[in-house]
Design a protein around this ligand. Structure first.
Ligand code: ADP
Ligand code: MG
Length: 189
């Protein structure tokens, strides 16, 4: 069995499982998300990537702006948390992210939702991501990949969080394949 050694020359037995939330609403966002995935795949300390469905989502907060595409990506990594944050921030920069306004339109946003079972309270990094439970555009794609996630303090049941979710912002979160079907059905009417 030589295949895995060729694919992943590093030993991932001590790797941490990561969940990233990604999204954007400016430019060719599906291509941008694909570029994020390519950059992650090319990192030698990242392996075993899984990707949720892509979702069309309505903006939450901020100025009037266009809809987003969101997804969640899971992988194993040998990077430390701040190394991963610097790497994801370098990808954001490479793909043209500019900090303009809170909840404003953006080409790409990459948030670290979970880092193994760790709880991180650094000035520039809080994990689990402090707002993940309040965002349907995170919970739905996350649920495509996993239902139960634990930190060393508690366990989150994503299906329960979805059942209990109060959609105060009337968030629309639809897998884009379903949007395409609805669009085609609308054309047939
Ligand atoms: P948003 O809050 O809309 O995601 P930004 O992407 O511009 O806004 O992030 C602002 C800051 O959030 C970054 O400078 C980063 O250091 C910090 N941050 C804190 N926790 C996290 C996390 N879990 N994932 C990504 N960034 C984080
Ligand atoms: Mg962010």
């Amino acid at each position: 069995m030589i295949g895995p050694y060729i694919l992943y020359p590093m030993n991932f037995s001590n790797a941490e499982k990561i969940y990233l939330g990604i999204g954007g609403n400016q430019g060719a966002i599906i291509n941008t998300i694909d570029s994020v995935i390519e950059s992650l795949l090319n990192h030698s300390k990242i392996a075993h990537l899984q990707i949720s469905r892509y979702y069309l989502t309505s903006p939450v907060g901020g100025p009037p702006q266009g809809h987003y595409i969101n997804a969640v990506i899971a992988f194993d990594t040998l990077l430390e948390p701040l190394e991963l944050l610097h790497f994801t921030q370098s990808i954001e920069q490479k793909l043209g992210k500019q900090k303009k306004m809170i909840n404003g339109p953006r080409t790409i946003d990459i948030d670290i939702l979970f880092f193994g079972n760790r709880i991180i309270e650094e000035k520039n990094l809080q994990v689990p991501h402090p707002r993940f439970q309040n965002r349907l555009f995170v919970l739905k794609p996350l649920h495509d990949l996993i239902n139960q996630i634990s930190t060393y303090k508690c366990t989150f049941e994503i299906d329960q969080l979805l059942k209990d979710f109060i959609n105060t912002n009337s968030e629309l979160v639809l897998p884009i394949d379903e949007c395409f079907c609805m669009y085609k059905m609308a054309l047939m009417c």
